[in-house]
Write a protein that binds this ligand. Structure first.
Ligand code: GLA
Length: 726
């Protein structure tokens, strides 16, 4: 039983393979957090949070002994605004009478097998009955009639817990939710480093580590997407913990829009952690009887440092987040024409690329931006989802048949949530773009964003995309999103609901994606947002792979992939070999192999030598597909530790096979060093396929491989494969 409730002591204990999460019902009303960390057998923690005596000025509940309890200092499972808890709130409701005091107390709870769906939202799911267990705690504000249901689902074998909150209006008056975070976790102590992933277009998910300090700290996005600037992920690493050892807590929000990931360290050195919808431009009106679902957050604990935390996320997401027929099926090896041709292509040009692709062993052609309307550059035509017959003579059908005739699959690019001011669609429906009356709309990449809160807009898009998918044998869709949202407003929402815009926008996007996949379940959907601007678990629920970054230069890409790997599995990471300037084709291949591999070039523009080299890469792609997609990732040398070289390793689950990849970013004379592998079986013997030698797992992990004999010039790289020998 992963969840137990001790009805005498009023304590909940949620156990996973390696972690325990414990809280109590204090004085029949407050939910007091007791512990989250390495698995412990017992829960004699009652006196743990007793800090009241250290707090002066903190107000307390008039019915309780104020030397013992104050909502300001006790670690709580929900942090409400305005009733004694002065830390950052996880719930704030503007009541019908205008005040924002909110006070949720325990009412009841249920423990059940399974996991409830979150209406309209992506979320982790269970594969077979009984895989998960859920605790649902109902809390209630007895003055306003607002209820908050706290959901905890335990994924026992992954040391993961998902959290979310459902707010209900059980009163007879409407109220507004001004802030609802998906969880509130009051950790004991502040001896942690905060790790986050910052970046920008072409340079996503850089690793940043800083010690927690008193007061508020955190990250967020107000861009209308989860963003390249701050991924909705954070980790807390106990001081002294490393890649391989010590307490690591990972937090990830299953959401693709504005988010806030915040921590406040209080005067008692307690750290309040929360994640959820960014409240700064959000409120949600809830009529009597209505309910509101927060997005889900995923909490992972590992005592094997950051590496253990990452591997847990990878397995969990491969098994319980990514869905559909492509979840475990082998994905087609693709070539995308974008970096090869940009907008300058026609059907013959694509056919030429496809012919070469077929001879080379590539399995799918993806036609990128520029096939519709008058789109010969990025200044126009988004929204005009009609084929451009000057480019594709005979329409999409004719091109698809030609490509299929070669025996390749076919993929197509869309950017459904956008509308160009210079488009027939905009001329017909100017009010369909997101805008604020009387204010000039900002422009980004010459485009506006379309109002996904509107059913008529979503129906239009569904029908337009359907016409193409229904009438043509298309296997893959690349779904792009290439700007931030500004002047956020909808022509159809009443003034008091304009603050619901961002959340309604993403619910609309999720609905359309879901509807398309339901109608065309065979489609492999690859998300993209100028590369990795929506590289988040919300999108991964629809999209088994996501274009990781527009930066395809292998030496930059490798850093982006390291950052991404903190939380997201290789199977999701779209990674292509391109004709980018730096590094040879071997390094391009070695880097792109760490992901959903493909090509992004015009074979007519690369050397004969490069084309020949690509042919040899394809066999390795097939050979190592499972190892990379489903093996365990070990970061051996990370870019945040070493500016000169990076190394990573995949180990199969049965530990019979491994692949070590090393990339020399900059040559240094200090190259007399050994790389120690990780995650092997120390009892097993492995043959290195490159040097033909046999080594014990113990030797490889403790003595390591000397790097002296391997490439050592800027931009060079190598991969070593190890197979068990009996
Ligand atoms: C974005 C994507 C690219 C490409 C272009 C097309 O930048 O990230 O891969 O699809 O749009 O305009």
């Amino acid at each position: 039983m992963p969840i137990i409730f001790d009805s005498e002591k009023k304590i909940f204990k949620l156990d996973t393979l390696n972690s325990s999460y414990i809280f109590e019902i204090y004085n029949e009303s407050y939910l007091v957090h007791l512990y989250y960390g390495k698995k412990i057998p017992d829960y004699n923690l009652k006196d743990f949070p007793n800090r009241r005596m250290f707090a002066s000025f903190s107000a307390s509940n008039p019915h309780m002994d104020d030397w013992v309890f104050s909502a300001d200092v006790f670690p709580l499972e929900i942090g409400c605004n305005g009733c004694g808890d002065m830390r950052i709130s996880s719930l704030q409701i503007r009541n019908a009478d205008g005040n924002a005091s909110t006070d949720m107390r325990y009412v009841s709870h249920k423990i059940y097998k399974g996991k409830p769906a979150l209406k309209g939202l992506p979320a982790l799911y269970e594969n077979e009955e009984g895989e998960c267990e859920t605790l649902e705690v109902t809390t209630r504000d007895c003055v306003t009639g607002a209820e908050a249901l706290l959901l905890y689902t335990v994924f026992e074998k992954y040391s993961a817990i998902t959290r979310s909150v459902i707010v209900k209006n059980t009163s007879d008056k409407p109220f507004s939710i001004e802030k609802v975070m998906s969880f509130n976790l009051d950790m004991n102590g502040k001896d942690f480093d905060l790790i986050t992933l910052y970046g920008r277009h072409n340079n996503e998910r850089n690793f940043e580590r800083r010690p927690l300090s008193h007061g508020r700290q955190g990250i967020g996005s107000r861009r209308g997407s989860s963003s390249a600037q701050q991924n909705p992920f954070m980790a807390l690493l106990r001081h002294g913990a490393t890649e391989d050892y010590g307490d690591a807590y990972g937090f990830n929000l299953v959401y693709s829009c504005n988010h806030l990931c915040e921590i406040e360290v209080d005067f008692n050195n307690s750290s309040r952690v929360m994640m959820g919808i960014d409240p700064s431009d959000f409120s949600w009106k809830l009529a009597p009887g209505e309910e509101f679902y927060s997005p889900e957050a995923v909490l992972v604990y590992s005592d094997e440092g950051l590496g253990g935390m990452s591997r847990t996320f990878h397995k969990l997401y491969n098994n319980n987040l990514v869905r559909g027929p492509w979840k475990k099926a082998k994905r087609p090896l693709l070539i995308n024409n974008w970096e090869g041709t940009y907008f300058d292509f026609d059907d013959d040009k694509l056919f030429d690329i496809a012919k070469w692709a077929k001879e080379t062993g590539i399995e799918m052609l993806v036609m990128d931006d520029g096939w519709f309307g008058k789109r010969n550059d990025d200044t126009c035509a988004l929204g005009d989802w009609e084929v451009n017959e000057d480019k594709l003579r005979g329409g999409i059908g004719s091109l698809v048949s030609r490509i299929k005739g070669l025996g390749l699959k076919f993929g197509i690019w869309y950017e459904p949530e956008m509308i160009s001011p210079d488009s027939d669609l905009f001329r017909a429906h100017p009010d369909w773009h997101i805008h604020v009356p009387g204010r000039e709309s900002s422009i980004g990449r010459h485009q506006y964003v379309i109002d996904m809160t509107r059913q008529d807009v979503r129906d239009y898009l569904f029908n337009k995309i359907s016409e193409v998918l229904r009438n043509n044998d298309i296997d893959y869709v690349k779904w792009d999103f290439n700007r931030n949202i500004t002047e956020a407003g909808s022509a159809i929402l009443p003034p008091e609901r304009q603050s619901e815009f961002f959340h309604r926008f993403i619910l609309g996007t999720y609905e359309l994606m879901g509807r398309i996949l339901e109608a065309y379940p065979h489609i492999l959907l690859e998300n993209c947002s100028g590369g990795g601007g929506r590289y988040d678990p919300g999108m991964m629920y629809f999209s088994p792979q996501i274009w990781c970054s527009d930066n395809t230069d292998a030496l930059s890409r490798v850093d982006i992939q390291f950052g991404s790997s903190l939380c997201y599995p290789a199977s999701v990471q779209g990674a292509h070999v391109s004709a980018s300037r730096r590094s040879g084709y071997e390094t391009k291949r070695n880097v792109a192999m760490w992901g959903s591999f493909g090509y992004e070039l015009d074979p007519g523009k690369i050397s004969e030598e490069a084309r020949a080299e690509i042919k040899t890469q394809i066999a390795d792609y097939h050979k190592y597909y499972d190892l990379i997609h489903y093996g365990d990732l070990y970061r051996i040398i990370s870019p945040w530790d070493d500016p000169y070289r990076v190394a990573w390793e995949f180990v199969s689950e049965d530990k019979r096979e491994a692949m070590l990849t090393v990339v020399i970013k900059f040559f240094t004379e200090a190259r007399n060093f050994f790389i120690k592998l990780k995650g092997l079986d120390s009892e097993k013997y492995y043959k290195c396929l490159e040097d033909g030698e046999v080594y014990s797992g113990a030797l490889l992990m403790n003595a390591g491989i000397s790097m002296f004999y391997y490439p050592d010039r800027d931009g060079e790289s190598f991969a070593l494969h190890f197979e068990e020998v009996k």
